[in-house]
Design a protein around this ligand. Structure first.
Ligand SMILES: *[C@@H]1O[C@H](CO)[C@@H](O)[C@H](O)[C@H]1NC(C)=O
Ligand SMILES: *[C@@H]1O[C@H](CO)[C@@H](O)[C@H](O)[C@H]1NC(C)=O
Ligand SMILES: *[C@@H]1O[C@H](CO)[C@@H](O)[C@H](O)[C@H]1NC(C)=O
Ligand SMILES: [Cu+2]
Length: 370
C-alpha cells in the first residue's frame, strides 16, 4: 500500500513537471512577445498525445500516412533505386545518414528536423490538417497491448505482428538481450495490417531475419514486422528514468541529458530512445531502416518532446551540442558545432543545428507539445 502511494506520488510529480514545462514555455513566449519569423502562440502548431486525440483526428493522421505510402518517390532513382514511395524517401535518407545522425552531435536536432519535415509532407502533400502526434512512453507500461498506439484497433498505428519463433533481440550495440514477445512477423491488425516496405532490413536487432539487404540500392518489397515488448516498458519507461533525464542527475547538463536519453550500454541501460525502438521490435530495431514502422514517428516525436521539455527546464544548456560527427565517434571525428548542416535529401532544405534549438523560432520550426 505504501509502495503504491509512493509510485502514485512520483507519477503525479512527473505529470506536473510536464505541465510545468508547457506552462513555462507559454508564459515565456507570452511575456517577451517574441515572434521571430512570424511564429507566435496564436499560430503555433500543437503536437498532441495520440491517446488524447479524437477518433476523427487519429483517422485523419492515419489516412495521411497511408497517402504518403502511395505517392511516388521523389528520390533520384540512381541514388536510391529501392525507394518507390514518398514514405520510402524518408526511410532512404535515414539509411543514408545513419552513421552521421546517431550517437553523435547531430542526433537530437537532425531528429527534430526529420520529424518536422515528415509532418510538412503529411500536410502539404497529403492534405493533413493536424500535426505530428506522439506516443507517451510512460502510459500503458504495464500492458503495451492496451496502448491506443498499438492496440490494433482502427484508430491505432496497428497492433502486434503475427507470431514468429525467434531468439529475442540484441540491443545497445548487440550487448543487451531483449526477450522475444508474442509477435515478430507482419503487423496483423489495424490500419497498418500487412503494411509494405521497400527498403531494408539492413541491420535489425531482432534475431531471425533472413532477407537482409546491403543498402538503399536493393529493393526488398515485403511487409513491415513488429514484435511488441512487454519487457522494456516495465524496465525502462519508468518514472524514475523520466525524472532522471528531466530533473535528476541525468539532466543537469546537455551532455548528461544527451548521454542518458541515448542509453549507457556498458551499464546495461538502454535509454529512452533505443527502448522505444525495441518496444516496437522487429523492423523498428534496425538502426538503419527502423523508419519503415509507421509508429517510428510517434516514438521520435516523444523523443523530441522530451528534449523540448528538458530544454525548457535548462535554458542555459538548451542551445548546446555534445558529441562528434560520427556514430559513437567511430571513426574518430571532431566535435560537432552548432553550424553543422542537417541533410534531409529530397525531404527538406539543408538547415543548421542551431536552426533547430528553438521549436518556436520560426527557422522554420513553429510548434509546441501538449
Ligand atoms: C549517401 O548519399 C550520398 C549522396 O547524397 C553519397 O555520397 C553517400 O555515399 C551516401 N552514403 C551512404 C552511406 O550510403
Ligand atoms: C535460436 O538459437 C538456437 C540455438 O543457438 C538456434 O539453433 C536456432 O536456429 C535459433 N533460432 C532462430 C529463429 O534464430
Ligand atoms: C541518472 O543519470 C546519471 C547520469 O547519467 C546516472 O549516473 C545514474 O545512474 C542515473 N540514475 C538512475 C536512477 O538511473
Ligand atoms: Cu530512433
Amino acid at each position: 500500500m505504501r509502495m503504491f502511494h509512493a509510485v502514485a506520488a512520483v507519477q503525479l510529480l512527473a505529470a506536473r513537471l510536464m505541465h510545468l514545462a508547457t506552462d513555462t514555455l507559454a508564459q515565456n513566449e507570452a511575456v517577451t512577445k517574441r515572434a521571430p519569423k512570424g511564429c507566435s502562440l496564436s499560430n503555433t502548431a500543437v503536437r498532441k498525445d495520440w491517446e488524447y486525440m479524437s477518433n476523427t483526428e487519429r483517422k485523419a493522421y492515419i489516412s495521411a500516412v497511408q497517402c504518403l505510402q502511395k505517392l511516388p518517390s521523389k528520390s533520384d532513382p540512381t541514388w536510391a533505386p529501392a525507394a518507390k514511395t514518398r514514405y520510402d524517401d524518408f526511410v532512404a535518407i535515414h539509411v543514408n545518414q545513419t552513421m552521421y545522425i546517431h550517437s553523435n552531435g547531430l542526433f537530437l536536432t537532425w531528429d527534430r528536423y526529420f520529424v518536422w519535415a515528415y509532418e510538412q509532407a503529411l500536410r502539404n502533400e497529403c492534405g493533413y490538417k493536424g500535426y505530428q502526434p506522439y506516443w507517451n512512453w510512460f502510459a500503458h507500461t504495464d500492458n503495451i497491448y492496451k496502448s491506443p498506439v498499438f492496440d490494433g484497433s482502427d484508430t491505432s498505428l496497428g497492433g502486434d505482428g503475427e507470431f514468429f519463433s525467434h531468439n529475442g533481440s540484441l540491443a545497445g550495440a548487440r550487448t543487451i538481450v531483449i526477450p522475444s514477445g508474442q509477435g515478430g512477423r507482419c503487423i496483423k491488425s489495424g490500419p497498418f495490417k500487412n503494411t509494405q516496405a521497400n527498403i531494408g532490413p539492413i541491420s535489425p536487432g531482432m534475431q531471425g531475419f533472413t532477407d537482409l539487404v546491403p543498402d538503399i540500392t536493393v529493393q526488398n518489397h515485403r511487409c513491415v514486422r513488429r514484435d511488441l515488448s512487454t519487457y522494456i516498458p516495465k524496465k525502462w519507461f519508468t518514472t524514475a528514468n523520466l525524472l532522471n533525464v528531466t530533473i535528476g542527475a541525468g539532466s543537469t547538463t546537455h551532455k548528461l541529458f544527451w548521454t542518458e536519453i541515448q542509453g549507457r550500454y556498458p551499464d546495461g541501460f538502454l535509454g529512452m530512445h533505443t527502448s522505444g525502438h525495441y518496444t516496437m521490435g522487429s523492423d523498428a530495431t534496425d538502426l538503419y531502416s527502423s523508419v519503415n514502422d509507421p509508429a517510428f514517428w510517434l516514438h521520435h516525436a516523444m523523443l523530441d518532446r522530451t528534449y523540448w521539455i528538458w530544454q525548457t527546464l535548462y535554458p542555459s544548456e538548451a542551445n548546446k551540442v555534445a558529441g562528434t560527427l560520427t556514430l559513437q565517434n567511430r571513426p574518430p571525428t571532431r566535435d560537432a558545432t552548432v553550424d553543422e548542416p542537417l541533410d534531409l535529401g529530397v525531404n527538406g532544405d539543408t538547415r543548421l543545428i542551431k536552426d533547430m534549438f528553438d521549436t518556436f523560432g520560426g527557422t522554420p520550426l513553429c510548434y509546441i507539445y501538449a
